[in-house]
Design a protein around this ligand. Sequence first.
Ligand code: NOJ
Length: 759
Amino acid sequence: MKRMMVAMLMALAMMLQVAAQDEKMTAFVNTLMNKMTLEEKIGQLNLPTAGFFVTGTAVNDNIAQKLRSGHIGGMFNSFSVASMRALQDIAVKESPNKIPILFGMDVIHGYKTIFPIPLALSCTWDMELVEKSARIAANEATANGIAWTFSPMVDIARDARWGRIAEGGGEDPWLGSQIAKAMVKGYQGDDLTASNTMMACVKHFALYGAAEAGRDYNTVDMSRITMYNDYFPPYKAAVEAGAGSAMTSFNVVDGIPATGNRWLLTDLLRNEWGFDGFVVTDYTAINEMIMHGMGNLQEVSALAIKAGTDMDMVGEGFLTTLKKSLDEGKISLQDIDVACRRILEAKYKLGLFDDPYRYLSEERAKTEVLTAENLNAAREIAARSMVLLKNDKQVLPLKKTGTIAVIGPLGDSKADMLGTWTLSGDLAKTSTILQGLQNVGGKAVKVLYVKGSELTDNPAIANSPNPLAMVSPAKKSESNKSPEDLLKEALETAAKADVIVAALGEPSAWSGEAASMTDISLQRPQRELLEALVATGKPLVLVLINGRPMTLSWENQHVHAILEAWAGGIESGNAIADVLFGDYNPSGKLTTTFPHNVGQIPLYYNHKNTGRPMDAKNKFTSKYLDSPNDPVYPFGFGLSYTTFEYGEVKLSKTQLKGNEKLMVTVTVKNTGKYAGEEVVQLYIQDPVASVSRPVKELKNFSKVMLQPGETREVSLEVTTTDLSFYNSNLQFDWEAGDFNIFVGTNSRDVKSATVNWAK
Ligand code: NOJ
């Protein structure tokens, strides 16, 4: 009783403190806004790019002049403390009200210490590590002037053709929500004014991952019930975790572009979810509403501000038309004031008014970036993000003796270890597969390397530049060799080796923004190389470097071992070697489905049943004539060098009522020779409900470490929140009845039990 009273008093004190701080902020912003001209207020809504790298045609120039006259609120993607200091100097010394600039950047998976791409990071199923990666990114970026990152991207994606699947946490709304929370917490910490925390920006609100046919920027069409149940949860989780800003998506939501969609940005985001940060557009998203058919620049800008958009990224629609719209009575002064206030509040929350230079630290930039500690974390996280897809005849782990032939165009390519959005990366410090095997293998291992093939023979792909990915300088020794010569060299090198490590997949430039593909198999020259290596009969490990699921039916049938290593960041090569040699026993699990072929897409585990579920013996059931329904690797899949055996699913009760909690217990035994971690996954199904519910939904998991021979009881809780869903009135509730509970090593291989839950 006494303890409860103390807790309540403490909560009350905290609330009062927050209220007092809010009041102080409001008073400060009021005083400032009273001094600002209309022009200056509109200036705060303007976000030009510094022009270091661009993802479209930016409409901004004359930066210094605009800063001086108060026509800029924030800037993004500029490098170096010196350049930002010079810009901040102009803002706080020469602009009318000396309002500091908010510097942002796409710090997506690390600043200089580059971590695995977000899709890979999600495969760790380790929220502490996810948070840690964001924390380190914030520490490094803030030392270099960045107070605001355009991350996390939490768009649910069910389509591997979409290149930006690389940037998110996969296909599951529940796991995606855990990741969203961990990222926001990692970036923002407990105190946004601290000089080493930065403001998060949840993006792309909303539904960007559902672009039709996986073609980037394409339109989206979705029912509200699917939005609420399957696509909104991670955005909502980021908001609940306190994300200070949100970015609109390029697509339409229910027919209206997100950037001009008042239902989305005001009714849902602010009124339903209680978001109190500011909304920035994606790159020229206001201007793009012209092409969406919403009117001219003045009209779409007015639409955006009235919908709840606060800041205009590089489009200058706000800067050039809002005054006119105000004069013509198309928008109100309050529309502008509200947006301006939100941006000033963000600067206040970051402490920029106290010290505009607090994130510009030459000293910290020198001492706190790329530290040994950060690199170790990157290596550990990369190893934990890798997913072992196949390991026949225990080809892996490799022995630290004999000769290993690394063969493939990605075997010694620094830039392709980093992945998309890594322009602040450091190529010199990045390890490749070849280097990693040399570093970790020790003296008794001889490592050979040849390129073996080109990445592709399709000029459209080969010649498509990608400003968001780094490119390694061409190696002289590899240039101008014919495909025949490359293959000949590969086979000669393979002949000298005890084991072949084929390093294939997709370079960094083939995933990320504007990098959609209709063919997600290994490109022809790589596949031909792999076929020739398989034909040698030597032990063969395929190490995949890529940013999206690929179609691997053939590889799964013919290659002995497959390690999905993704674009693992700066320590990729060392981490891959840690895994290949067994210094780290892989524990990653897929967060996205790997289909047999592109024709199956969209293919995801938490689908609804059809009225005619697949039955091989019955023609008139839901299936293809030429393809299985199932994927090659399902959601949650991932092997270990050891094996785990699951016992039966035990329930604390089989009949529950109201807000009781269910405890689900299963014994897991390590039946192999190696110590290893297993992600024990719990799924539920509501088989009878007022709306058709998915066949399975992830609701909990636990990652456990087991020594050889060790057995552990793993208990996972299920609450009525886990049973709840948005019904056809879009109310979030659960419905009494039976529920199937599944526990297993992936979404396909599970054991089950049934519970009855009464209201
Ligand atoms: C466009 C991308 O869609 C978005 O994710 C990114 O943050 C902005 N460009 C800024 O670079």
